[in-house]
Design a protein. Structure first.
Length: 156
């Protein structure tokens, strides 16, 4: 799995196992850490001082701001109505539209969470492990469950 020449890496980006990631056409900010078995697709951006844990999939159209934590095995979804074929043949990029997602500064996403397309996760919000985020998450909110819903905040 490569780190393509089309990837723009910031200063002091740490990729623990460069042979075990698939990065292409993306931008990664300064001092961000990328774990093993991570895929980051074209037109995705990762800010500075982020941690992207192993086995995470960040697809086209995802914008992650600075100081964001993404746990192990987080999946970003970029198609509301996925299909293998269109008009009798395999789908191509022309057959679907990228629906952007944004993760605001300082947010944290727990392991195994699924982030649907069109969703914004607010600043410093916390998404619980295994949550399925189908709607925007306000700044400083704590959400968990399937689908993700607001939870009482614990003392920090």
């Amino acid at each position: 799995m490569p780190i393509a020449k089309t990837v723009r890496l910031g200063r002091d980006v740490m990729i623990h196992h460069p042979d075990l990631v698939n990065l292409y056409g993306c931008e990664i900010g300064d001092e961000t850490k990328i774990g093993a078995f991570v895929e980051i697709q074209k037109n995705a951006t990762i800010g500075s001082l982020c941690k992207i844990s192993s086995h995470t999939f960040i697809c086209e159209g995802v914008a992650i701001e600075d100081e964001v934590f993404v746990g192990h095995g987080v999946m970003f979804i970029n198609d509301r109505y996925p299909r293998a074929t269109a008009a009798g043949g395999l789908q191509t990029e022309a057959d679907w539209q990228v629906i952007p997602r944004r993760v605001r500064k300082g947010a944290s996403i727990g392991s195994g969470a699924v982030i649907m397309c069109g969703v914004t996760i607010g600043e410093r919000a916390l998404v619980g492990a295994g949550a399925v985020v189908t709607h925007d998450v306000p700044a400083d909110a704590v959400v968990a469950g399937v689908p993700a819903r607001a939870r009482a905040q614990a003392a920090r």
